[in-house]
Design a protein around this ligand. Structure first.
Ligand code: 3H9
Length: 679
């Protein structure tokens, strides 16, 4: 406990250092250590004030999230911060919180229990608990409105976004921004206020007037945080501060927190939080694996994917050459890039200067000038093995020997593509998702030959591009698309059997999917699905949906032709089309939403079990993160495999059998043994 928190005295000021790397979470031992140090301070007559500061890269990133996992699974006790926060707030000598990096969640709650808060100019503060399905549980919903006002506090607790030090100063959360060294500046500040009477945050009631803005905020949450319980719960808790005395408010906050922390939503979101970090740790690619530095990049193909990838590189400050074979295609690609940036400028997310700088980083060209200097060349041409092999043979001859050759293929074999080069060890799949400048997922596909430094470089590049790289093995459709096909097939079977496209899409968006399968199919293009079916026909004897062939034959390629599974008006609004049903309906029975969700989602889980068993996905969590960051699976369900565990694999297996499906051996075994994917 001693090393987590240290107490020392400097020029009549006590200093508590919190030292719990990497982010000074308030793990067991830290709050107790702070409380003990405050008690020590009270006993020292020659020490007149206290500074609390974090060592290392940040102040305090909140409660230790691992402790919630342990507590809700019966393996530990729930963290309790109130005794420490009261000890600070009730301290008879002024307590100054010195903030750098971030004061998040319990970290901001700790800071608000102090009598003053000073910070570095680049510090950030926030109540992000909602992002893991919680509300602030250590008085944040009661103290924040007392400093920042009810409406701003509700917004911060409901959306979970951090704010800058300057905004926090303006709102009254901070008392001063220190341009000088934080530690000495905070000690000087403490000397300045040492003789002043202390003012407890909980006694400050002047900003607690009820706010009408909360109802608008609730409406906003219902739209943008669909199905989530924590954002609305956070608003309720903040509202209580405006109508109820502090102590009663704390009790009510605790009741709401308790409901949230035991919810499946919180468990799913916490799984997603740790999962995103877990996928970055690949057992045979240790942290010290050498990586190639990427100074210059090149992209082949100026279509939707190539353009988006070029934007992602330029956004990260990496100059990129983008090549296409026809001037018209190149012009069109650059016009799309410019239009995308202009939209960001118009919405205020980007300045004109930044747009210009980014456009300057992208060099369009028909030839291969400068490709010999590229550190990575990313191919994003049409999805055809013959074409890809031709491209790789060509670039292999131009690229320098240590240039990484990456393919953005979504289904094709990286081993086979690599075989078209003299350097299969330098060939890797980097499967971006459309729009590549926005979507966070990159599937990093290693072939049998891809060497470890190349995989490590692809992972590092994904991080530089602010994306989530998930390493997978080679195999048809890798993980994401491979698992999606049975899900899409099931959706199509349901329409053949009596459901409508809009019912299927609605049932699955109600479940939480960002888009329904038919809307996705129309957006990606029926022709794309048709081509994949040609390249990879279903094995003999397996049921194959008839919809794709019929729509393709009718020239209904989706949004791009104004008709696919839906018809589209000028504003691209999807309209149900009875013609489609007439084309593919085989039977007529009433199908419930429950059946739709079970058949589609369980088929995802079943195929997930197959890719796991085959080793295409390394761990269940990799599949979860792929689905959360690339396929619009609801984060509060933790990903398909985590959701399967939540439902219970025995039930999942039984329902798949009931629907006539064939169980993946791994799923069958786990279900029989009463086990889970995530043990
Ligand atoms: C809370 O406070 C509830 C209270 O209201 C009530 C209590 C009663 N706990 O993200 P990084 C780990 S809820 C445990 O890669 P960055 C993380 O897993 C909490 N571990 O670094 C990773 O581990 P590893 C409210 C945590 O610089 C390592 O630290 N707070 C926690 O990109 C580095 O993290 C939040 O929700 C934690 N609280 O980002 C803040 N935080 O190395 C959550 C981090 O083994 N944290 N770790 O993979 C963050 O948003 C980011 O981590 C932060 C740093 C911005 C701080």
């Amino acid at each position: 406990m001693e090393h987590l928190v240290t107490f020392s005295v400097h020029d009549g000021i006590g200093v508590i250092d919190i030292n719990n790397p990497p982010v000074n979470a308030l793990s067991s031992g830290v709050p107790e250590g702070i409380k003990a140090a405050v008690e020590t301070l009270e006993s020292l007559p020659d020490v007149h004030a206290l500074v609390i500061i974090g060592t290392g890269r940040t102040f305090v990133a909140g409660a230790d999230i691992n402790e919630f996992v342990a507590a809700t699974s019966g393996k530990g006790s729930m963290p309790v911060l109130h005794p420490t926060l009261f000890a600070i707030e009730d301290c008879t000598k002024p307590v100054v919180m010195a903030i750098h990096g971030t004061a998040l969640g319990g970290g901001l709650e700790l800071a608000m229990a102090g009598h003053y808060r000073v910070a570095t100019p680049d510090a950030q503060v926030g109540q992000p608990e909602v992002k893991i399905g919680l509300i602030p549980g250590a008085g944040g919903t009661q103290r924040l409105p007392r400093l920042a006002g009810v409406s701003k506090a509700a917004e911060m607790c409901a959306f979970g976004e951090s704010i800058s030090a300057s905004e926090a100063l303006e709102l009254g959360i901070l008392d001063r921004i220190l341009e000088i060294d934080l530690r000495s500046g905070a000690i000087a500040f403490a000397q300045e206020v040492a003789d002043k009477p202390v003012r407890k945050t909980r006694d400050r009631n002047e900003k607690l007037a009820p706010s009408d803005a909360l109802n608008t905020l609730r409406e906003q949450c219902k739209k943008t945080r669909r199905n989530l319980i924590a954002p609305l719960a956070a608003i309720d808790a903040v509202e209580i501060a405006s109508t109820t005395p502090f102590d009663e408010g704390l009790k009510r906050e605790a009741e709401i927190f308790e409901r949230c922390v035991h919810s499946d939503q919180s468990k799913g979101l916490i799984h997603a939080f740790f999962g995103e970090r877990a996928v970055a740790k690949v057992p045979d690619i240790p942290k010290d694996t050498p990586v190639y530095t990427i100074h210059h990049a090149a992209v082949i193909g100026a279509g939707t994917m190539g353009g988006g990838i070029a934007m992602a590189l330029a956004n990260a400050g990496i100059p990129v050459r983008i090549k296409d074979t026809e001037q018209a295609a190149l012009d069109k690609g650059m016009a799309v890039i410019a239009a995308n940036y202009s939209r960001s400028v118009k919405s205020g997310r980007l300045t004109w200067q930044a747009m210009e700088q980014r456009m300057e980083m992208i060099t369009p060209q028909l030839g291969v000038d400068g490709f010999d200097r590229a550190d990575i060349i990313i191919e994003a041409v049409f999805e055809s093995m013959a074409l890809k092999k031709q491209v790789f043979t060509e670039i292999d001859q131009i690229a320098k020997h240590d240039c990484i050759l990456a393919s953005n293929t979504s289904t094709l074999s990286i081993d086979e593509i690599g075989s078209a080069t003299s350097r299969p060890h330098m060939v890797v799949g980097m499967h971006f998702f459309s729009p590549a400048n926005v979507m966070r997922l990159v599937e990093i596909v290693r072939s049998d030959s891809t060497c470890r430094p190349v995989v490590a470089t692809a992972m590092a590049l994904a991080k530089t591009l602010k994306k989530v790289g998930v390493v997978v093995r080679n195999g048809f459709g890798f993980v994401g698309n491979r698992v999606m096909f049975p899900y899409m097939n099931e959706a199509m079977f349901l329409v053949e059997e009596g459901a409508t496209t809009e019912q299927v899409d609605r049932a699955l968006t109600d479940f939480g999917m960002a888009m329904g399968p038919f809307a996705v199919c129309d957006l990606s293009g029926i022709d794309v699905f048709w081509r994949i079916q040609q390249e990879f026909p279903a094995p003999a004897g397996t049921r194959r949906p008839i919809g794709i062939d019929k729509l393709y034959a009718a020239g209904r390629y989706g949004q791009k032709t104004g008709a696919g599974w839906y018809r589209y008006d000028e504003s691209r609004k999807p309209l149900p089309d009875p013609e489609v049903v007439a084309m593919i309906r085989q039977k007529q029975r009433t199908i419930s939403d429950e059946e739709i969700v079970e058949r589609c989602i369980y088929s995802l889980i079943n195929e997930g079990a197959r890719v796991l068993e085959e080793g295409v996905a390394l761990r269940a969590v990799d599949i979860d993160i792929i689905y959360l960051t690339g396929y619009g699976f609801p984060a509060y369900r933790g990903g398909p495999m985590f959701y399967g565990d939540t439902v219970g694999l025995e039930k999942v297996a039984k329902r798949i059998r009931d629907f006539g499906g064939t169980l993946a051996p791994l799923l069958e075994r786990l279900a029989k043994e009463g086990k889970m994917f995530h043990e």
